[in-house]
Design a protein around this ligand. Sequence first.
Ligand code: FES
Ligand SMILES: [Fe+2]
Length: 340
Amino acid sequence: MVTDVSLTETLPTRYYLDPTIWEIERHQIFAKTWVMVANDYQLPKTGDYVTEQVANWPIFVQRADDGSLRAFHNMCPHRAGPIVWEGTGHQANLVCRYHGWAFDKEGLLINARDFGADAPDGTCLTKVRAQSWRGMIFVCLDPTAPDLIEWLGGFIEECAPYPTESYRFHSRTIRHTAMNWKVYNDNFLEGYHLPLVHPAMSREVEALEYRITGKGDPRWNIHTAPRRDGQTWSGVWGYFYPCFSFDIFPGGMAVERWLPVGDDRMDLIFEYFFDENADDADTIVKDSEEVADEDVRVGEMVQKNLIAGLYKTGWLSPRHEYAVGEFHQLIRDAVDPYFS
Ligand code: FES
Ligand SMILES: [Fe+2]
């Protein structure tokens, strides 16, 4: 039955292609939000670090002497060299990898090696905020944003039932994809595509009963679909704006995040965690990876059509795609004041 409701338009194509909009998103969205970049288990010892790119800003998070986290832009004020090499590693001191300038724990310059002059007073690394929640490390480039826990708000209570801390790291996959990050968001925020894009998964959960619910905060929602017993999917997914989500499995979970690395590229990262007694973890991961491949395949095709230029805008299903509409409104609110 078709009901008489006014249709919501999708974000116009230019939001997915225009480098000016991507630049606005970098500053008005990603520089102002908390972004998950690492896990506590990756930094067991003082000096351990992880690097990541937050919307093309290279940053690193490091375990400090007192067990707390510290984070900086991975950029030296001398000539923009890296303080740590990319990836995960261990580095006791904050000494630039390029010419060896040394910085103290707070990032203040303490020695400009063999420079031949005094560097200006106050020369320092640029700090980034880092906090962890339930074993997951988030960073925020904005010194004025609320603390992480306040930022997550009601999402914390929704996640309380899942014993994520009892799960151990199992494996990680990274896909370098050719799509704007919002193409993946749009896809994540509706179950309308499940029967077509994920035929195997749709035999395991009731795809037509896929529901997305929030509690008035458009930044997050919880997805559920009734599960058929004994299958991979528990039928619970969570999303937090702009690019964080989790998938709950029997005896485990995947943390899924998609980090933009340009206006037309995005890294999709899955990290799997399981209870030590989970005996079918490998099968679950295989099934989840198949679904990720299916989502990337359709997303990259959507991106090609956006680039081709024929598509300008479409309409969102009031039954299945209302969360996409909420996401698009968040984008409009962030971008439009800076774009004409
Ligand atoms: S760029 Fe860091 S010491 Fe030169
Ligand atoms: Fe999907």
